[in-house]
Design a protein around this ligand. Sequence first.
Ligand code: NAP
Ligand code: SF4
Length: 667
Amino acid sequence: MAYPHLFEPLDLGFITLPNRVLMGSMHIGLEEEKGGFERLAAFYAARAKGGVGLIVTGGIAPNRAGWVSPFSARMKSSVVSKHKKITDAVHAEGGRICMQILHTGRYAYHPLAVAPTARKAPISPFKPKKLSQNGIKSTIKDFVQAAALAQKAGYDGVEVMGSEGYLINEFVAPKINDRTDDWGGSPENRFRFPIEIVRQTREKVGEKFIIIYRLSMLDLVENGSTWEEVVLLAKAIEKAGATIINTGIGWHESRVPTIATLVPQGGFSWVTARMKGEVNIPLITTNRINTPEVAEKILREGQADMVSMARPFLADPNFCRKAMDNKADEINTCIACNQACLDHIFQRKAATCLVNPKAANETILVSRPTALAQKIAVIGAGMAGLAFATTAAERGHDVHLFEKADAIGGQFRMAAKVPGKADFKETIRYFQRQIELLDVKLYLNTSADVEQLADFDQVVVATGVKPRALSIEGINHPKVLTYPEVFHGAAVGKSVAIIGAGGIGFDMAAFLSESAEAHSFEHFAKTWGIDLDYATRGAFVKPDPTPSPRDIFLLQRSKGKMGKKLGKTTGWIHRRLLKFKGVNMISNVSYHKIDDAGLHLTVKGEKKLLGVDNIVICAGQVSENELFASLKSTFGDRVHLIGGAKLAGELDAQRAIREGVVLGLGI
Ligand code: NAP
Ligand code: SF4
């Protein structure tokens, strides 16, 4: 077997899991929608069918105070039958599923929020009410009742969410808990809340029900738990009756990235490894594990007993099945972009996946064999063209894909060169393999013309975008480079001005400010302030980044903060990283000319010269769609336009891939 450790069964005494893979908890945002439970049932069932060992649902509140936001999912008698749809669907596919019980504490996005202490979180506008002693006891009862109802709904167990800075974590760490009663002060008092939850839950549900406790092993905030306290709590949780301990990394308010693309793969498993031997129940490790190779290595090295992956199961429901069948090269890999999952949740939209728009849309975006196989030409092998070509070919169409460059991937080829975005090349690998498997005829270095396309039934134009041409005086000076030229290897001097501070301007600044050091977890930890010796509370120390080897000026004409349009959950990381690197971010500029002396501009009304070696243009794109216009007159309705070629203004890969898939399913 290709991954013997990953596919070794795990005996929990009363139940044996078929492998060591947990699909970790993710809020999908369908729980509150009309018909959402049917969609969730289909979503989880697809992952069970795909062979995952155990699933944990998104967080379900035990009471109203614990809601994520007003009226969000809560466990109560009236919803048991809805949850049963999920458990029945998963069991019908031979899977197992636990319900996560999540009380958001002071992170609750509503005025009913409660916490051990009435202290507002920096990431929430609501000041929580301090829980009274009776309030604490009734909250424990609500956790127990939620677990009992989960059992009634057919779940195989529950996960008690004790990490990420939510209510339980707020009791455990002195950062928030400054109570002087039985629930604060000494570690024993601070731990009483989670211990009672687990102890009373076990009493209620009996022995043959999984209780996973998600333990914050690394708070990554000042005044978090010490390592000794984490171990003490783990032992107490085991004694209280937990079946498995899962690893939690970082509070949501922590200023250390924990799941973004720039976190080295599997980097945080060292902390679970440190816990090994301290308890006798299985330990799950987590964060940035997105390939079977990384998961297998962690298990082989004995760092944990199971691995948790969440987003990788949005990207590919059949992750386990493919790995088991030695077809890991067919896995659609999660690239940790957060764009269609976490960012959607923050925008109050249902989560899906940038590389797999079918995720959480299993009942909507359905692939059925075509009744009329057609010969279809696709022009452009960027994300939109690839998504269309493979979707249409899977349905039985005869698809021919023309690409003028010498490789597929379009804008993703450049993205993969940005520090921390190397995973983007996995999406290209995935499509390359799909092209082979689905017999898509690929023509590289080929610019298709109207005559060549004459005998096709349908033509799909996915020619993408080209950089916006600027009309600044001196724009043709040898100092000036476009972003594709730089990403494809053009030499860049020691001082650089970047015109344009959108997603690509930020990526360019990161690319040019990268130091030669290896991308090790040690380097990442030093940059962001993780104390690998765990000598400090919360393992959080002052960041110690390596400065940029170049002087960089990142410029935009508009006023205000830079990077406003970057993703909600990743924008702060991009901005902080550039600050770490000493990149000069200047808004409210107007450009005058470029000459041997450099870039002449006005900043807030004052004329300046940036005496830089190079000026890199990252000023957005325009559609590359001239071909479409000429094809339209020949093909009429049989020509289609998708992706950046259709609309460059808001070009993003999420839209491009989705448009390709939707057209591919409908053609
Ligand atoms: P963009 O986000 O539209 O940014 C273009 C930048 O160029 C803006 O800062 C704009 O600022 C400036 N600009 C526009 N017209 C200009 C002109 N005529 N002269 C000078 N400056 C001009 O485009 P992008 O950076 O190329 O990114 C394209 C898309 O890729 C994004 O929408 C995003 O979805 C995606 N992307 C995202 C990320 C990420 O989230 N990390 C990374 C890469 C790409 P001013 O008008 O204020 O000067
Ligand atoms: Fe992963 Fe991005 Fe898909 Fe989220 S949207 S699951 S981060 S690839």
